[in-house]
Design a protein around this ligand. Structure first.
Ligand code: GTP
Ligand code: MG
Length: 383
């Protein structure tokens, strides 16, 4: 499995990624604007009377009334015929949301639409997705529901404001062996604990892209946490993804799992998030397609986090490159798009005597800092 790349590949990839950074940044900020609004608003704005506002975040913003014509697919957008729609899909714009958050220039380039037509298509897609405003107090109400999952190490928890928060994407990045997968295993156990013990009384979904999920390890950590190891395993739904498309599809299925099977999923682990995307797009001329798909995948995950008030833990393997540690050690590592979409990013590295150091990077409201922890037979612990 080509998950560990050579230095040259990494650098080539980054050069391309940084070119795309501005575009991604804009897309990401637009995406955030939409994310805060869509969970509350009806999905179409065609009705004069809005649906009653509901403080429950489990409301499905995707539920739509039947009957009236409305944009539901690319071909429904003004100026977009089947040929243009195909071109858009080829470029990775597969649904209305991806159009709604797109940049007019990008759309025009890949579809042959004029810039004005691209703008119209974007406006129509936004309308269809019900992107609008909600009041600050509603956001506050929603934020009051945020739960936190303990990492198992108190100083690590303090570093990240008490634990891994729900309603957001939490990214752990670091080189091989830095503890990303171990932390994922620990969180899959800790989410099952009662709230007083740092859990959320919930289940975990583990999207395993590198075949690194180990039930034996789960049993070991669960026992140490005082849980019945067999029950702990039953509270983790594992799916192995073989391609990036498969990974995306599995993420989309989680909503169904929660809604129809009524499973109390409070944590989604994607280990690793980028591995398959990287492997499949390695050596391609352009990364735009990959970035679009990744963006869509992250959007799916963010929406699950918002709608079901759950945490998403993403791992991202990066190469340790001491050369740049004199500058900003974490700038330009890995996919920028992942960085822009994660509200919490923690850089994990190996320390002396088996210790691990977690460093918080670009948190929206917490100071940057470091915490030291250790991986033992019992899982993640104080160093
Ligand atoms: P990649 O997926 O390769 O990028 O690495 P990763 O960041 O996911 O690393 P992972 O979480 O797999 O960490 C592996 C390290 O955890 C090992 O090198 C060990 O130091 C430690 N570890 C894993 N299992 C155990 C265990 O059962 N006992 C102890 N003491 N340490 C363990
Ligand atoms: Mg791993």
């Amino acid at each position: 499995m080509p998950k560990k790349k050579t230095k040259t590949e990494e650098i080539q990839e980054e050069t391309q990624e940084s070119k795309e950074e501005h575009v991604e940044e804009k897309a990401a900020s637009k995406k955030k604007e939409k994310d805060t609004s869509e969970a509350k608003l009806p999905s179409t704005s065609r009705k004069a009377t809005p649906k009653p506002k509901d403080s429950s975040i489990s409301k499905n913003e995707a539920s739509q009334d039947e009957g009236e014509p409305k944009a539901t697919k690319l071909e429904d957008l003004p100026g977009v015929g089947p040929t243009t729609a195909d071109k858009l899909r080829e470029a990775g714009y597969e649904d209305l949301m991806s159009i709604a958050v797109a940049h007019a220039g990008e759309l025009a380039d890949c579809s042959g639409l004029a810039a004005s037509a691209a703008n119209k298509a974007i406006a129509a897609a936004r309308k269809a997705m019900g992107m609008g405003f909600i009041t600050g107090d509603e956001i506050l109400k929603k934020r009051e529901l945020i739960g936190k999952i303990s990492t198992g190490c108190k100083t690590f928890d303090e570093l990240i404001g008490g634990g891994i928060e729900t309603q957001c994407l939490f990214e752990a990045f670091g080189e091989f062996g830095s503890g990303k997968t171990q932390l994922g295993h620990q969180l899959a156990i800790n989410v099952q604990l009662p709230v007083e013990q740092g859990g959320l009384n919930g289940m975990a979904v583990y999207l395993d892209t590198e075949n690194t999920f180990r039930p034996e390890r789960i049993k070991q950590i669960a026992t140490a946490a005082g849980l019945d190891p067999e029950k702990a395993l039953k509270n983790i739904m594992v799916a192995r993804a073989y391609t990036s498309d498969h990974q995306m599809l599995l993420a989309e299925k989680i909503d169904e799992l929660i809604r129809t099977k009524k499973l109390p999923v409070k944590l989604i682990i994607v280990d690793s998030t980028m591995g398959l995307f990287r492997a499949e797009y390695a050596g391609r001329g352009t990364l735009a397609g990959r970035q679009q798909k990744l963006n869509r995948h992250l959007h799916t995950l963010q929406k699950l986090a918002d709608v079901h008030n759950l945490s998403v833990y993403l791992t991202n393997q990066v190469m340790a490159r001491p050369g740049i540690f004199f500058g900003n050690p974490t700038a330009a590592i890995g996919g920028h798009i992942l960085a822009h979409n994660s509200q919490f990013r923690v850089y994990l590295r190996k320390g002396k005597a088996g210790k691990r150091i977690a460093r918080l990077i670009d948190s929206p409201y917490l100071p940057e800092g470091e915490a030291v922890f250790k991986i033992s037979a019992d899982g993640i612990e104080e160093a």
